[in-house]
Design a protein around this ligand. Structure first.
Ligand code: SAM
Length: 389
């Protein structure tokens, strides 16, 4: 990963020499270049700001030094970088965006100061780079440097090799749309407080169930907005859709929807030998613990669902279902996109199975970039796989 940072305070970026990011630089995983914007000025005072047209308080960063700096940084190298300009009016910086940026091999960061950068710089830079204005949060900082430090750290820890134990990325907060479960270390009793008994049990199944419940509870208590990922599925022509992580309260309707959808699938494939057709409240309850299940509601009615589970580094996608009366309108395709988007950082591939005769599903999966892989051992069923970018 190459990263260039343009700033009037190059010293602000010094912490990037420390800790894991510093090590990543020394090991050649991050090729970082910090540029002083004032090196691209031509007056005695190295001026980078001027008064705003139209009046008003504060100063605005002049376009000429920015234009020259960006030309210098970008031209002369192969490829087209992403230019990230931090700004409180930008798109929110999220784990998903960090993951996207970690997949690029060249990022340029432009740190604004004062009232910001002359707007024409953004327009002109689009010749050279994919420009993204990105906000660290709904508050105002004095400059972009602190935001760039945070973004580089969040992005770099997702670049393979930067964090020694990649496993530790998998269940972190914001992976899979939930916050992390509480963590404990020795001693088992401290100031009269015991570590939860389940964690000392050695029963990995119980521990996984407990942790998943804790993730749900904690997310509901601290960040209920994360359970509602409705924005992922807006403008669908279905009205307002609410996508939530399914909880036991959804089980009754989920069971009905499962039977309705898979009975239809069974008829199409001329077999009743499909596990979903025989789903019970009990088996569905258990599945909620092992799988990350999403429920989609329209006007309060549960109309669709999908689930995912990480097995090694493979994100298994299952039970993609849309109420029979709403099929063929793009909801399945959107859910398929959704479940890929929320896959944890550790996932390197997606996989799913479907009926050999489910032509409509085959078309949807192929369109979404999945590839059919033969499995002669399970007649009537086919596998689809896709590598994660
Ligand atoms: N006048 C600007 C506005 O209201 O949008 C705020 C300018 S701020 C004082 C100066 C610089 O700090 C911005 O150009 C940007 O680089 C950075 N900055 C401030 N708040 C930020 C945030 N929440 N996220 C990212 N960068 C921010």
């Amino acid at each position: 990963m190459r990263a260039d940072v343009i700033t009037i305070f190059p010293d602000y970026l010094a912490p990037l020499d420390l800790s894991l990011i510093g090590q990543a630089r020394r090991r050649g995983l991050l090729d970082l270049h910090v540029h002083d914007l004032r090196d691209f000025t031509h007056d005695r005072h190295r001026t980078v700001d001027d008064t705003p047209y139209g009046g008003g308080a504060g100063m605005v960063m002049k376009p000429e030094p920015w234009g020259e700096a960006l030309d210098h940084v970008v031209s002369g190298h192969d490829g087209r970088p992403v230019l990230v300009v931090p700004g409180p009016g930008g798109a929110p910086f999220t784990q998903q965006m960090a993951r996207e940026l970690a997949g690029r091999n060249w990022l340029v960061f432009g740190c604004g100061r004062y009232e910001g950068i002359d707007e024409r710089v953004y327009e002109d830079a689009a010749r050279l780079a994919d420009v993204r204005v990105v906000s660290l949060g709904d508050y105002v900082l004095n400059g972009g440097e602190v935001a760039v430090l945070a973004m580089i750290e969040a992005v770099m820890r997702l670049v393979p090799g930067v964090i020694g134990n990649a496993e530790s990325l998998v269940e972190e907060s914001h992976e899979g749309g939930l916050l992390e479960y509480p963590v404990y270390t020795k001693p088992a009793r401290w100031r009269g407080r015991d570590v939860p008994e389940v964690l000392l049990s050695g029963d990995h199944g119980r521990i996984a169930t407990w942790r998943h419940e804790q993730r749900l509870e904690r997310t509901a208590a601290r960040r209920p907005d994360l359970l509602h990922t409705a924005s992922a599925l807006t403008s669908t022509g279905f009205g307002e859709l609410a996508v939530t992580v399914a909880t036991p309260a959804d089980l009754g309707e989920l069971l009905t929807l499962t039977h309705a959808c898979w009975l239809q699938e069974a008829l199409g494939n001329h077999t009743l030998d499909i596990p979903a057709v025989h789903e019970t409240l009990e088996s569905l309850t258990t599945s909620l613990q092992g799988w990350q299940t999403y429920a989609v509601r329209s006007g309060g009615r549960l109309v669709a669902s999908v689930r995912g589970r990480l097995v090694d580094d493979d994100w298994h996608i299952g039970r993609l279902m849309v109420a029979p009366d709403l099929q063929g309108r793009g909801l399945g395709r959107m859910l398929l996109e959704h479940i890929q988007r929320v896959a944890p950082a550790g996932a390197t591939a997606y996989s799913l199975v479907t009926g050999a005769a489910s032509d409509r599903n085959h078309r949807m999966y192929r369109k979404a970039g999945f590839r059919l892989v033969a499995d002669p051992e399970t007649p009537g069923i086919v596998h689809f796989v896709k590598r994660r970018r």
